[in-house]
Design a protein around this ligand. Structure first.
Ligand code: ZN
Ligand code: ZN
Ligand code: FE
Length: 759
């Protein structure tokens, strides 16, 4: 029997996730002797025994490690036999200066669900049950190393029974830092809307009962507060909308189980896997056609954002009658997610009937993540709980702080071959969110022991990130918004060659001081050429044109008719569509007062949405284009004519004929879904034609798709199919959002390349 000894170094998320007990059990079951420990580099394993068994050990280690671990690297080294007589877990070596990878907050595991369901278990119905395979992590960590006294659990003393679990290497809760039970850990209570505690026997049963009666709750969860009501109670949902002053933006729901999801939505295998996995994001699913959830949950949408329970609290809330709950982030519109009891009581009292509170503090609030599945791939829309702060591994990307964009902000830092994108931060439009942003940057610097050598930000002169960057004492790099979009897609797909980048979004500051957003860039990481774009159009009245798509429609109509009709003829057709209010807007455009030129694809979608009669003013970002996509008749293959002008070195896509085509269709009384499809098809046609022209000019055959407009499923799917049919290699986003949530990662990629070139 050949005996061997192997020394293994494992790097990655391997601490605080039950790695050592797992190794211990694996070694024992393979009759291997030696030891395992935690240290500054990760985990060291020294094993000896039969060679066959060692191979099995290594295969299992690689293929089936503990659920929360993430192995980045394994070094294996054969050594001289040491003749160990047993297998032991050795004391941790002191950590020196080194990156500690921190696990995201994870969904309750099946074993813990068993525990809370078992009347004979010490965790029976205990709302804060967790183990090394599940529960809070990132959101409760105040500093590193990850030990209980550096988390918000430090105020709770473990009881004897919990301590026993904590110290037993064979227990699932061995070194589970947030371990607790009802006799020693955090607890729940309910209050009325004014914050006065209510004396109830079981806060969860009481909450369940009140939810069934149509009451609205703010519930403190794992990483922040949710606003919650019975999703099948249309009146309750409407009451929540009215009180929150949120008339249209879709609410996410939480379903009791898969069966409840399938009652309302289509579900394919990929969707089911991400829905039931241990990260538990909100998954955007297609609703079943028959009368399902109340219309006011997701007005004018065919999709529904659904997640499954991910904490003991959630599991204990549902029952036979209560199977679907509205579960939406609790915040005042525009402000960060509520996560502290006092602040929530102050801000949410006019919205809710009751609060369900607890005393396990959240240190870092993290929103729910949002994903969807397109072309059989999970696509990230909002990367937060369950994903952040997991890093991307990128070689040689040291010491940069990327500040991100102003809307849908994330920032990221890079250290020692890792890029750490932050969780979704939000729109940096008010002091509260900017403070939340700065606090999170400071926290990342602390937990990853990070000191930047360089800071990168958007080239927009007025962004909050720009003024923040200028306060910092580091060398500055500026990056154009759409270049950052494409670079983020290139980085995600590990592309090193130049690409044709299609960057379609709402707003980004252009190099010429205008607002870009319908851009074709020929680029690498270092620089870009703006090779084609949508023709410029006036953005009448700046921000009001974004909130009121009908103003964009006026702008497009005027532009498309001004060469063929007189001013009064144009006025007539505008009045027919929009009444007299259209005239002053047209005057603004004609006199070029308070009008910025834009090539934005997002605004083009807005204009068409209004022109077709779908959405004239919005109450949430993206509403007009989302509703335009929702009505789309996908079997329609026709399109509108367009013109591509070559104005060296740039191609310009003129939209006049597209708009005139739509105007004609509206007069003929065409179906909205058909017009929407024809419009989408037109975008796909000219995009594909531009790519062919650019391939002829440059020889580049790789196309990267990025920007918020690619959250449109039809466009993403059909355009990439058409390009692939034309033999392009097409790259799209998966784990990095195509919207502005990915900008900081693109900024990082570009800054890194420029720094390397300087060296
Ligand atoms: Zn667990
Ligand atoms: Zn206890
Ligand atoms: Fe953008």
């Amino acid at each position: 029997m050949e005996q061997k000894r192997v020394f293994i170094k494992v790097e990655g998320i391997v601490q605080g996730v039950g790695f050592r007990p797992f190794v211990y059990n694996l070694a024992k079951s393979n009759q291997l002797n030696g030891w395992v420990n935690n240290n500054s580099e990760g985990v060291y394993i020294d094993i000896e025994g039969r060679h066959e068994k060692i191979k099995t050990f290594i295969t299992t280690l690689k293929d089936a490690p503990p659920p929360l671990s993430r192995i980045e690297d394994i070094h294996i080294e054969y050594r001289e036999l040491e003749h160990y007589s047993d297998f032991t877990i050795r004391v941790s070596e002191r950590r020196e200066e080194r990156i500690t990878l921190i696990s995201p907050d994870m969904s309750i595991c099946d074993d813990c669900i068993q525990d809370i369901s078992d009347p004979n278990n010490s965790k029976y119905r205990y709302a804060f049950t967790n183990c090394t395979n599940c529960g809070p992590r990132f959101s409760i960590i105040q500093s590193i190393p990850y030990d209980r006294d550096k988390t918000t659990m430090k105020s709770f003393q473990m009881c004897e029974s919990c301590l026993h679990e904590y110290h037993n290497p064979m227990d699932r809760r061995f070194h589970a830092q947030p371990n607790a039970c009802s006799s020693c850990g955090p607890h729940l209570w309910v209050t009325d809307a004014t914050g006065t505690p209510l004396m109830v026997e079981d806060p969860l049963l009481w909450t369940q009962d009140q939810l069934s009666k149509g009451k609205i709750f703010a519930i403190k969860g794992l990483t922040g507060f949710h606003l919650v009501c019975d999703a099948l109670n249309e009146t309750a949902v409407q009451k929540l909308r009215d009180r929150k002053k949120r008339p249209h933006k879709p609410f996410a729901v939480m379903a009791k189980d898969l069966e409840a999801v399938k009652q309302y939505c289509f579900l394919d295998a990929v969707e089911e896997a991400v829905l039931t996995g241990n990260r538990k994001p909100i998954v955007l699913l297609k609703q079943l056609a028959h009368d399902g959830v109340p219309k006011n949950i997701a007005p004018n949408q065919k999709t529904l954002g659904v997640m499954l329970p991910y904490t003991p609290i959630h599991h204990l809330l549902f029952n036979e009658e209560l199977t679907l709950l509205v579960m939406t982030s609790a915040n005042i519109t525009g402000l960060p997610l509520e996560y502290e009891n006092e602040s929530a009581l102050q801000h949410l009292s006019s919205i809710v009937d009751f609060f369900l509170l607890h005393n396990r503090d959240i240190y870092t609030p993290v929103d729910d993540s949002v994903v969807k599945v397109v072309k059989n791939e999970v696509r990230m829309l909002r990367r937060a709980r369950g994903y952040a702060p997991e890093p991307l591994r990128i070689k040689n990307i040291n010491g940069i702080l990327a500040l991100g964009p102003t809307m849908k902000n994330t920032f990221c830092i890079s250290k020692g071959d890792f890029l750490f994108p932050s969780q979704h931060i939000g729109d940096l439009e008010n002091l509260e969110t900017v403070l939340h942003y700065e606090r999170n940057i400071a926290h990342f610097q602390n937990i990853f022991d990070f000191k930047p050598t360089c800071v990168v930000s958007d080239n927009h002169p007025d962004y909050a990130t720009t003024s923040f960057a200028e306060k910092l004492p580091y060398p500055q790099i500026k990056v154009q918004h759409h270049h950052a979009h494409i670079a983020s897609c290139m980085l995600e797909n590990a592309i090193t060659d130049p690409v044709i980048g299609i960057s379609f979004d709402g707003t980004g500051y252009g190099l010429d001081g205008t607002i870009w957003g319908g851009e074709f860039l020929v680029c690498d990481y270092e620089s870009f050429m703006r090779s084609a774009h949508l023709s410029y159009i006036s953005l009448p009245g700046g921000e009001s044109a974004v909130r009121e798509p009908w103003r964009m429609a006026v702008s497009y109509i005027y532009e498309s008719l001004r060469h063929s009709l007189t001013v009064s003829e144009i006025e007539d057709s505008l009045c027919q569509l929009y009444g007299n209010k259209a005239i002053p807007v047209m005057k603004l455009i004609m006199k070029d007062v308070n009008c910025i030129p834009t090539s934005s694809m997002g605004r083009f979608f807005d204009a068409v949405s209004s022109l077709i009669g779908i959405c004239h003013s919005i109450t949430y970002e993206g509403q007009a284009s989302m509703e335009l996509e929702a009505v789309l008749e996908s079997s329609e293959t026709a399109s509108y004519p367009y013109t591509i002008e070559k104005s060296i070195p740039t191609y310009i896509i003129h939209t006049d004929r597209i708009i005139r085509g739509i105007l004609d269709d509206t007069k003929t009384g065409y179906d909205k879904g058909v017009m929407s499809a024809k419009f989408h098809n037109t975008i796909i046609h000219f995009s594909s034609e531009i790519c062919s022209l650019l391939r002829k000019d440059t020889g580049i055959n790789k196309v990267a798709l990025s920007g918020g407009v690619f959250q449109n499923n039809f466009l993403l799917e059909k355009l990439s199919n058409v390009l692939e049919t034309n033999h392009f290699q097409v790259y799209t986003h998966k784990m990095i959002p195509s919207n502005d949530g990915g900008i900081s990662i693109g900024q990082m990629a570009i800054a890194n390349k420029r720094l390397q070139t300087l060296k």
